[in-house]
Design a protein around this ligand. Structure first.
Ligand code: HEC
Length: 130
């Protein structure tokens, strides 16, 4: 009973989270200008070449669409799968990749922004870099 209740509260929390909500997971302006943390996440995405398997727009190739996955996965689940991989299913482990490890929060923020539809294109730039 208590577990069910906690789950319900989490769900409401997740659903009410908009572009700038969720304790500012990310900030985005004009759909593609993002805060520094999210920018680091994008750079890690590029450097780790996640797009090889998840597609340049995160919509899936051999790996699933992360636009869809991030609507379902919790942050903890996301971190778990990126760190440990699912080796038998073709998802590699990134725990030996310092850029991914150090920027996992930004990577989550970037992909969550894409999944939420707030970041409207895959290629982003930093807000201040104009
Ligand atoms: C060599 C191909 C490959 C690369 C590179 C890769 N992935 Fe994956 N990824 C997969 C496959 C295949 C799956 C599906 C595993 C399964 O069926 O459970 C997956 C699953 C995932 C999932 C879980 C999706 C879900 O719905 O459960 C996440 C999150 C994810 N990958 C993120 C990333 C990120 C972030 C990167 C880059 C740091 C990355 N992946 C790089 C192939 C890859």
């Amino acid at each position: 009973m208590i577990r069910k209740l906690t789950f319900a509260i989490c769900l409401v929390g997740a659903m009410s989270g908009g572009a700038v909500a969720e304790d500012k997971l990310y900030t985005v302006v004009d759909g593609f200008k993002v805060d520094a943390n999210t920018m680091k996440g994008f750079r890690a995405w590029r450097a780790a070449a996640c797009d090889r398997c998840h597609g340049p727009n995160q919509e899936g190739m051999v790996g699933p669409s992360l636009i869809q996955s991030l609507k379902v996965l919790t942050k903890a689940e996301f971190v778990q799968v990126v760190m440990e991989g699912r080796l038998e299913k073709g998802m590699v482990s990134f725990k030996e990749n310092p850029q991914v490890v150090q920027n996992i929060d930004g990577l989550y923020a970037y992909l969550k922004g894409r999944s939420d539809g707030a970041i409207t294109r895959a290629k982003v730039q930093e807000i201040s870099s104009e």
